[in-house]
Ligand binder design. Structure first.
Ligand code: ADP
Ligand code: ZN
Length: 748
């Protein structure tokens, strides 16, 4: 009889794989969750490989592969421990997903265990969470024969309960304007039953959605759908906002379902796109599962298992949904494929769009990347390189016009001695006219709080965070100074810490200050402010957006969270208060691309219905190419110019770029470590290592930060150099940390 050995990735033991024997009679399959003895305890793990030869010598499976003793389940004796039990016979990972995760581990330079970990929602790893209970009221019909008589009011209530046929306790109380205690008295008298049920933990439960049918496609949409269905390559669906991309996605999904396969739809930030989620749910009903980190643990656990069992065939979710256990997978859609929200901000720092393309290729699924402003990476893949097919939707459905965009030079609007205004005159006039017509407006400013700096009126020094190299933002509402990096806050000091003058000036503009200014200029206007401060509560996004949709407000004022996926037919005016804010980041070569995307996305919110839309863009740099191109809706021209510059400068997408960040509590030790690593990396062949420098954000949360940039033709060359030259396992000083960010998006 042949012996069998399993390679196991153990929870919370990163970077290493372990080998265990499989006892006779135990059926073990790749992808299963198992329980193994590890050191003195039992741990959960996942089987990532099976072999019938005893791995006598430690192989280099994951980076930093097992040392001899760890290879044998932590036992020093050369006897291989056995798997204790199989926790769940149904695998958690398919062979395809494992291939994907091996690729991910190699590309982003992490151990396979960490890659596995990011593919499973935390509540699934933890095994579930408690079921939520709820109470249901059921009327006893006909009226119980020997029950004690009811008072007049009780009798009326009983009849009402019968009429509506009972229901969940809490909503029923609301509906019948009564209390749980009153209903429970009816129950004690035998007229109703109050039953305890396990709540269906479905995030879409309770939403009332009218089912929708596929719309007859426009010729452009039909051509795009044909391309998607026919192509083996991923399709870049380049369509302006309102061009009907979502309808194309839904019909591609319908076709996929008809073929007996499932689909995944990625959206950048799900709490910001409730309307998009609702549209899929309305079309595909109970086949839709939503994966979403803001859901309760129980809901996430249940949704994931519903997908794994094949009950939910269409998954809508943020970046982590790219790993959803849909099998067989027929289609992955990445909506707003350019969005930086697809980048994971902790290790492994994957970009979900790229993972989606890889997963589709491994599993033979179709892949659609949709955007009105594609990333330059994807645009080049679809044009210069032909790696992607390209489908265009240049017009809005139903002939709605793209909005008319006007640029206002804020420098000209400045009044002597008063600095820059928050609103230039033409924007104020347009707001007044818009509200007078009974229409709605959206105002966009990418900065929350009241004032961006709080500076001494005498010496001009700003108040900075005690833990970060960041200026504090003044919040007028609760009279605090807050750090937007670490969350620390303090009361404004009575006197300047530098010169002791007792005078302060709040400078710069945040959303709270705009809100105050709006009330002064348009006292009758009803304003909803939407930013991280006003939406801290769960579901508050949905509530604010619903209120705006129901026309309970005239103006929606917000940060970038209002730039995405919103469709309000009554909005005819969009104002961008400071379009160049994201341009002035000198070290960020993607700043023009981002500025273009932002202006295009925000202006896409105007004139979505039958009413014509208008956009007013306030800026200090009206002649900047990104701003001019965005205002002219000239994406292709912008992309061509910007790609030419990137090519000349040897920047992505013409090179792979990684950012290595050293952080430590001691500034000198951090600098020395970064400089030493930079010297070793500079000696590596096949990559270019720029000198170590203080990070643009020099200090964050009490840690000093040094950075160096690596450039190479491929990720593989960067990973090889880092493995060779970085002191990752042998730390230089106990608190020093090194982070490698492959395809870094922000160098901060
Ligand atoms: P996008 O996703 O490109 O921003 P949407 O899919 O939201 O565009 O479409 C914009 C509007 O046009 C939506 O209200 C949608 O219902 C409508 N629409 C899309 N396709 C069609 C069609 N073929 N016929 C009629 N209306 C359509
Ligand atoms: Zn701070």
């Amino acid at each position: 009889m042949k012996e069998l050995f399993a390679q196991v990735a153990i929870e919370r033991v990163p970077d290493r794989l372990f080998t265990y024997a499989v006892r006779d009679g135990l059926e073990v399959r790749v992808g299963q969750r198992v329980v193994v003895p590890w050191r003195q305890v039992l741990r959960q793990g996942y089987v990532v490989g099976l072999t019938d030869t005893c791995p006598a010598l430690p192989g280099r499976e994951a980076r930093g592969a097992a040392a001899g003793e760890d290879l044998f389940g932590g036992a020093p004796a050369p006897r291989i421990k056995a798997i204790a039990e199989v926790a769940d016979p149904a695998p958690y990972f398919s062979e395809g997903t494992l291939r994907l995760l091996r690729w991910l581990a190699g590309y982003y330079d992490v151990g396979l265990t960490l890659a596995l970990r990011c593919a499973l929602p935390a509540p699934v790893r933890a095994g579930g969470g408690k079921a939520r209970e709820l109470f249901v009221v059921v009327p006893v019909v006909p009226q119980p024969p020997h029950a004690p008589p009811l008072s007049k009011r009780q009798k009326t209530l009983y009849e009402e309960v019968v009429r509506v046929d009972g229901g969940r306790l809490a909503p029923l109380c609301k509906e019948l304007a009564t209390t749980p205690a009153t209903l429970r008295r009816l129950a004690a008298l035998g007229y109703v039953k109050v039953e305890r049920r396990e709540a269906p933990r479905n995030p879409l439960a309770g939403r009332r959605l009218l089912p929708t049918k596929p719309l007859p496609l426009t010729p452009g949409q039909a051509a795009a759908l044909r391309t998607i269905l026919a192509e083996r390559r991923p399709t870049l669906l380049f369509g302006v906002t309102g061009s009907g991309k979502t309808e194309v996605y839904m019909q591609a999904i319908a076709q996929t379902l008809a073929e007996g396969r499932g689909a995944i739809v990625l959206v950048p930030e799900i709490s910001l796109t409730p309307q998009t989620v609702n549209r899929f749910a309305a079309r595909f009903g109970g086949a839709v599962a939503v994966l979403h980190s803001a859901l309760g643990d129980g809901e996430r656990h249940d949704e994931w298992h519903r997908i794994r069992r094949g009950e939910a065939r269409v998954v809508v979710g943020p970046r982590s949904a790219v790993f959803a256990p849909v099998a067989p997978l027929g289609l992955i859609i990445v909506d707003e494929e350019h969005d930086p929200g697809y980048k994971q901000d902790e290790s492994p720092r994957y970009f979900a769009r790229d993972v989606a393309v890889m997963r589709a290729s491994i599993e033979g699924a179709r892949c659609v990347l949709g955007s009105a402003t594609p990333s330059l990476e994807s645009w080049r893949n679809a044009t210069e390189l032909g790696k992607y097919a390209l489908a265009r939707l240049p017009e809005r459905v139903g002939g709605a016009m793209l909005p008319d965009v006007a640029v206002i030079d804020l420098r000209e609007a400045a009044r002597p001695g008063q600095g820059l205004p928050i609103f230039a005159e033409p924007l104020i006039d347009a707001l007044k006219a818009c509200l007078a017509r009974g229409e709605q407006a959206i105002l966009f400013l990418n900065r929350r709080g009241y004032a961006t700096t709080y500076q001494c009126g005498a010496c001009g020094e700003p108040i900075v965070c005690a833990h970060c190299s960041a200026k504090l933002t003044y919040h007028a509402k609760d009279d605090t100074l807050r750090c937007h990096l670490c969350g620390a806050w303090q009361r404004p000091p009575a006197a300047c810490p530098h010169c002791h003058a007792p005078l302060f000036k709040p400078l710069g503009i945040g959303t709270q200050r705009v809100e105050a200014a709006l009330h002064a200029i348009l006292p009758a206007a009803r304003v909803i402010r939407m930013d991280a401060d006003s939406t801290a509560r769960r579901h508050s996004h949905d509530e604010l957006l619903a209120a705006f949709r129901a026309k309970e407000a005239d103006i929606l004022l917000g940060t970038q969270m209002i730039a995405k996926g919103l469709d309000f037919p009554n909005v005819t005016l969009v104002g961008i208060l400071a379009a160049d804010r994201s341009l002035n980041i000198p070290y960020d070569f993607r700043a023009p691309e981002r500025t273009f995307q932002l202006i295009a996305q925000v202006s896409g919110r105007a004139g979505r219905g039958t009413l014509p839309g208008r956009v007013i863009v306030q800026t200090l740099q009206p002649d900047h190419p990104a701003i001019r191109a965005a205002c002219a809706c000239a994406y292709e021209r912008f992309a061509a110019d910007e790609l030419a510059e990137r090519r000349a400068a040897g920047l992505p997408p013409y090179a792979k770029l990684a950012c290595v960040t050293f952080t430590g509590a001691d500034p000198e030790a951090t600098r020395r470590a970064a400089e030493a690593a930079a010297r070793r990396l500079a000696a590596c062949r096949g990559i270019e290592a720029l000198p170590a420098m203080p990070a643009p954000l020099e200090r964050k949360e009490d840690r000093w930060r040094w950075q160096l940039i690596l450039k190479a033709p491929s990720s593989r060359a960067i990973v090889a150099a880092c493995d060779h030259a970085l002191p990752r396992d042998t730390r230089l000083s106990p608190d020093l940390r090194v982070l490698v960010d492959i395809d870094a998006l922000f160098l901060a």
